[in-house]
Structure formats: C-alpha cells, structure tokens
Design a protein around this ligand. Sequence first.
Ligand code: MTE
Length: 326
Amino acid sequence: MLIKAKKTSDVASSEITPKSVYLDRRRFLATAALAGAGAAFGTIAPSLSVPALAAPGRGAKLAGVKETKWTQKALGEDLTEYGSVTKYNNFYEFGTGKTDPAENATKFKPRPWSLAVDGAVEKPGTYDLEDFIKPHQLEERVYRFRCVEAWSMVIPWVGIPLADVIKRLGPTGDAKYVAFETLNDPERMPGQRSRVLQWPYKEGLRIDEAMNPLALLAVGLYGEELPNQNGAPIRLVVPWKYGFKSIKSIVKITLQAKQPPTSWNIAGPREYGFYSNVNPGVSHPRWSQAKERRIGDFLKRPSKMFNGYEEEVGQMYAGMDMRKNY
Ligand code: MTE
C-alpha cells in the first residue's frame, strides 16, 4: 500500500507470499508466539459479554453469537487459517510490514474504549464500547476479504450490522455519508510516529453503502475477540470493497452531508478512490486487479466484481461510471 515506494513486481512477489515461504514463516511465528504466550495472555481484554478463558495468545471467546446466512458452507470456500488472518496484516499504526502489526501491537490495550458519535444524528455522544454494542446481538459472518494488493482471505467475523447501529443513532436528513476515524495516539500506536500516512486513519462510506446489510462493525473473528493487529476492539468490514476501506480501531463516527476525505485517497488520489469497489476490470495504476492470491494458495484466482457480492451491492452503483468512481 505504500505510495510509489514499490514496483508492481514487488507486490506480486514479496507481498503475496508463496505458500512455502509463508508456511515457513508461520512455523517461525508459531514458535515465537508460543515463546511469548505468557506475556500475551496478560494483555487480553475481558469478553464483551460473558468473559471466558482464552487459549494462550488468543482472544477471549465471545458468547451469544448468532449464526447468520453468511456461513462458510453458504460461501462454499475454505476459511483462511487463524494464524494467517492474525499474522499477515496491514495496520500502519503498528508498522508497514505484514508481520509488524502482530509483533508490535501485543502491548496495545483496547480497553477502556469509547466511541464518539457526532454530526447528523439524533443521538450524538460519547459511548463506552460495551454500551455501544449492548443493544445488538453479535453475529457471525463468513466473508471474502480482498486487499488492494491482490491477496485475499476468507474470514469468519463476529460483529454487529452497521445498518442497525446507524438506525439506532437516528440519522437526520443531512446524513448522506458516514465518516470513521481510528485512534490517534503515537504513544500506543508507534507506527504513528512515522508520517507514512496522515493520522488519524480515516475512511468513509455513502449512507446507502453503510446501510447495506453486508456492512459490519466487527468485534471478533473465529468466535473470539478481535486480536489487536486485526483492529481491536472494533473495526469496519466492507466485504465488497478493497480492504483499506475496512478501518480498524475506530474511535469516531460522524454522519455528514459531505463526502469525507479518506486516508489512502489523501496519500495517493490517482491510486485509491473513495469508492474502491473490488473491480477486476479496473487496474490499479501499478498492477492488475484481474486476479488475486488467496493466502494459503499457490496459484492466483480470477477476482470477482464487487468481490463476489454483486447481487447484494450492484444496484447501489447503477448508472455510475465505475472507472471514474474507482
Ligand atoms: N485501518 C487502519 N486504522 N490502519 C491501517 O493501516 N489498513 C487497511 C485496513 N484497515 C489499515 C486499516 C488495509 S490496507 C487492509 S488490507 C486491512 O485493514 C487489513 O485488515 P487485516 O489486517 O485484518 O487483514
């Protein structure tokens, strides 16, 4: 995701790791994780609902999670292994390397956590995370996740539908867009001491996108609390868009009339648009988006329009030029 810092070829070879290399790394990381398990255990926050003991190095089990129609069986694709989902990350607040977030976020404490809600809503305020989530039932949803760097995963998220949250907050007539911000705290997020992006990380959706039933505010994965490196304690998941729309560790949600600025668009406006819908027909200026490597696979597979969610989301973009609105 670095702007013009790499050549296309680098993306293909180093970021999209062949299985053999990444298996070796996983073996190494598994050993490292075991060595650090004692320390990691102490940093795990209590469960959002009924606290349960976590396996060493893993998040607490989440209770009361309802199954949905978005099951692995319905998707018909294998889940990406937990080890890859949690050790091959993009989270620049903890470094720009793929394994940096897992290595550098171990001490991050995602509690206490509050979320500020402002702008065009009937119920603005600062909510404690637990209060923010409590009115909703946690759901499990297995989604494809496609990074703009042309790798992908299949992840069993746990979260609450963004649409339900917005309905509860009471959007007013001016709520045309939803803007999100990540925590800005270089003490706790050492990657923010570098100017690799403008902090805080910002993202946004059009209100109809935010209200689409697929959009999820995730608080967990694999039935457990979100690991720090995956955006604890709460992050967005927008499965039909490139992964950078799925902003992590959210502290602020603003409903507003104007399209909000977004971090990657500020960093590279020619490369990263506001919409960022997965579109195999529109290449990134430095590499093709036609194919992707599912992490764990050796061969690439063709990418699908809207990451395979065209039926659910296609109508939102009817009449829009998807080349202009990349
Ligand atoms: N959110 C914040 N705050 N900072 C980031 O650097 N990276 C984005 C997105 N959300 C990022 C972020 C990118 S580029 C991707 S691909 C996904 O997070 C990666 O999510 P994952 O590490 O859980 O797979």
